[in-house]
Design a protein around this ligand. Structure first.
Ligand code: B12
Length: 474
């Protein structure tokens, strides 16, 4: 008996990027991101599953990971085949778990259905924020999914596996488990959040793939988030009744020990922090980042790292110190420069913040920054589009694809519920799409996409097209 943990191959990537030539998610990364400074910091491992594996193994549960992304799977059949192969080696799984965002929900359901055909008695569980936010719908509409994990997966997996191994059918004592009783009543057991410093470090099944292809290797220093952005699953889960995922931070020495272990035992030189935000606006989290940098410098390791942060937490002296410690790249969720648009996304910046200036300060530090934009939402106005345009052209950011970015309302989030109520949504589940409220803006967007599809398009071409189309939309 064993526990299999599966990450789906994530095939949506090909269609989303209109990237017909790339067979797999990682092929696409290798093709588009030529080197580290172009974004190869992308994490390849599935740390969610790696954490669960370490914990379960520590409790003597034979656990195996099949990570479709790291295995370069270009089809669901390949992942299914890998699951069957694992069963030939380790025996039929007692429990099989799947992980992923809404974008891979249908991939997971396909695999779960196939697995149930082969081993009808094997139990199935889905995890990650998207399933947690939507556990009632999933357990109601998908009988092939036996359980949903709504909190940390470590303890829930261990307790569930042991209950199944002991042939129990009452799961009411398993923390963080959403389950269906024999009479089809759906229950949610309150999650028990673990102390991150007491968890074993994640297993490193796919670190070789990441290293070999020059991708970053992930380290998670925190779970949860302080913010409640209307579009983000993590923020929503943190506030959801019965779940309330708290922000938890790991002890810096433990993080550094893990980094040094990866550095020495696996020769890792490029690290990605998987945290929502490495530090926030508050003084405590900045102090934590400072201590991290100082202690890392003392260890004299020759390494680089990247993390995610918000534009309103930019702190030049702190970033300089982090640069000395090895910071090479930051992902900054900007979303928008328009106050009205930000309000719709439940994101607020201090009045005095000048986004373009702040971004330019960052460029001077010689740290590569990758901005995250949300230029389009259903209620976007010509004014918003103009403000965002001015912000982008006033920086050294000359990446035209930022003009095209659209908000993604994920089922279960505040934004999704609001759009649903207002009738803004076209497709509803699991990957919704929205209708622009102003037909002129829809034309603007459609025409802009056509421009982007032209071969050899440059930043200048795109800026000209943007302004021309904006005039027409007025
Ligand atoms: C690293 C990362 C990636 C990596 C690796 C993904 C992977 N499969 O491992 C890459 C770059 C490939 C990636 C891709 C994508 N990502 Co991503 N990613 C992350 C990131 C930064 C860290 C994930 C992580 O390691 N967390 C640390 C672990 C320990 O926490 P955890 O994931 O919550 O896992 C715990 C529990 O949720 C639970 N659990 C999770 N899975 C399972 C499974 C089982 C069986 C059980 C029992 C429990 C369980 O137990 C875990 C341990 O306690 C998160 C943000 C974040 N900080 O979590 C975004 C995040 C998960 N990604 C997100 C998105 C949007 C995507 C993409 C859709 C982007 C895109 N457009 O392509 C794809 C989807 C890919 C996919 N297969 O799901 C969103 C998810 C939103 C959603 N719709 O649900 C997040 C939350 C970022 C955000 N705030 O918006 N991502």
């Amino acid at each position: 008996m064993s526990y299999f943990l599966v990450g789906p191959p994530t095939l949506h990537w090909k269609t989303e990027n209109r990237d017909k030539e790339c067979r797999t998610y990682l092929d696409s990364m290798l093709r588009h991101f030529g080197n580290l400074s172009e974004g190869r910091f992308y994490p390849v491992e599935n740390l969610s599953l790696c954490y669960i594996k370490s914990f379960c193994q520590k409790h003597s549960i034979p656990t195996f990971i099949i990570n479709g992304i790291a295995l370069f799977h270009g089809s669901l059949e390949e992942t299914l085949d890998a699951i069957k192969r694992a069963a030939r080696h380790h025996g039929q799984p007692l429990l099989i778990g799947f992980n992923g965002a809404n974008i891979v929900f249908h991939e997971n359901i396909f695999l779960i259905r196939e697995v149930k055909k082969i081993w009808p008695k094997t139990k199935t569980i889905l995890g990650q924020d998207f399933s947690a936010l939507n556990y009632e719908r999933i357990l109601t509409d998908y009988p092939e999914v036996d359980f949903v994990c709504v909190g940390d997966g470590e303890l829930t997996s261990k307790e569930l596996y042991n209950a199944l191994a002991a042939n129990k059918s009452d799961f009411s004592n398993i923390p963080g488990l959403a389950w269906r009783s024999e009479i089809n009543v759906i229950s949610l057991n309150k999650p028990e959040y673990l102390n991150l410093d007491e968890l074993p470090w994640p297993s490193r099944d796919d670190v070789g793939v990441a290293n070999y292809h020059g991708f970053g290797v992930g380290v998670s220093t925190s779970r949860g988030c302080r913010n409640r952005c209307a579009f983000c699953t993590t923020g929503q889960l943190s506030g959801k009744d019965g779940i309330k995922k708290p922000l938890r931070l790991r002890n810096i020495d433990d993080v550094l020990n893990e980094i040094e272990y990866l550095y020495r035992d696996y020769n890792v030189r490029h690290f990605v922090f998987n945290d929502e935000l490495f530090f926030g606006k508050d003084i405590e989290s900045k102090q934590r980042a400072e201590i991290f940098a100082e202690k890392l410098i003392k260890r004299s390791l020759d390494l680089f790292f990247m993390f995610d942060m918000r534009i309103d937490s930019v702190d030049v002296p702190l970033l300089k110190l982090l640069k000395t410690a090895g910071l090479k790249q930051v992902f900054i969720g900007l979303e928008s420069a328009s106050e009205k648009q930000l309000k719709r996304l439940n994101k607020y910046y201090p009045k005095e913040l000048n986004i373009s200036e702040t971004l330019n300060k960052l460029s001077e530090l010689d740290i590569k920054f990758v901005p995250g934009m949300i230029n389009f939402d259903p209620e976007v106005t010509v004014d918003d589009l103009e403000i965002n345009f001015k912000m982008l052209v006033n920086t050294s950011l000359q990446r035209w694809f930022l003009f095209l970015s659209k908000v993604r309302p994920v089922p279960g989030t505040f934004l999704y519920n609001y759009y649903l109520e207002k009738g803004f949504l076209e497709d509803l589940w699991p990957v919704p799409s929205f209708k622009f409220q102003n037909p002129k803006i829809k034309t603007f967007y459609d025409e802009l996409i056509k421009e982007a599809d032209k071969p050899g398009i440059t930043w200048e071409d795109m800026c000209k097209a943007y302004l021309r189309l904006l005039e027409q939309a007025k």
